[in-house]
Design a protein around this ligand. Structure first.
Ligand code: S3P
Length: 173
């Protein structure tokens, strides 16, 4: 049987963190974030892990976390790093909600954020925007194929997205 966690997936900067916080504020879910879990496992920032240990090492940490989530976590809203969807057991962890938006809109959202510089700096895979756009193109169909629920977040407030997600997940959890 499927577990009653909700998993937010989607590209870097699409708003997974902000929407997760709003969902938790408006529901009885508790929250976990896979990047936060990686950072506390290693006592190191994601950016530093990429620099010092490499992306493959980071992806292996994500796989370990995915196994732990499947085995031990319930009733939780799980926000994920943009590449976390690649773990093999994602479907077994819970209902998958894709936060979807065109690349240009995501970029605009990051660039217009008061903390834009920090947001870009902490994401190694956004350092080259041409490569990031390619990554988006490659990933988007994979995100869509995995998602139980797709929420178009373009030009919607965090509150609107939250309402829509909580309504749609009712059928699943
Ligand atoms: C990544 C996304 C990041 C973080 C890491 C790799 C990716 O998380 O996990 O930098 O592969 O898309 P956010 O999606 O929260 O930026």
């Amino acid at each position: 049987m499927k577990k009653n966690n909700i998993i937010l997936i989607g590209f870097m900067g699409v708003g997974k963190g902000s929407i997760a916080r709003e969902i938790v504020h408006n529901s009885s879910y508790i929250a976990l974030d896979t990047d936060d879990l990686v950072e506390s496992m290693e006592n190191k920032r994601v950016k530093k892990i990429f620099q010092e240990d490499g992306e493959e090492y980071f992806r292996n940490l994500e796989k370990d976390i995915a196994l732990w989530l499947e085995k031990s976590v319930q009733n939780t809203l799980i926000s994920t790093g943009g590449g976390f969807y690649k773990v093999k057991n994602l479907k077994k962890i819970g209902t998958i909600v894709l936060l979807d938006s065109p690349f240009e809109k995501i970029l605009k959202r990051i660039q217009e954020h008061p903390n834009a510089k920090a947001k870009l700096r902490k994401r190694p895979l956004l350092s080259d925007l041409k490569a990031a756009k390619q990554l988006y193109k490659q990933r988007r169909p994979e995100y869509l194929a995995l998602a139980d629920i797709v929420v178009d977040v373009t030009d919607k407030s965090v509150q609107e997205c939250t309402k829509e997600i909580l309504k749609k997940v009712k059928k699943y959890v």
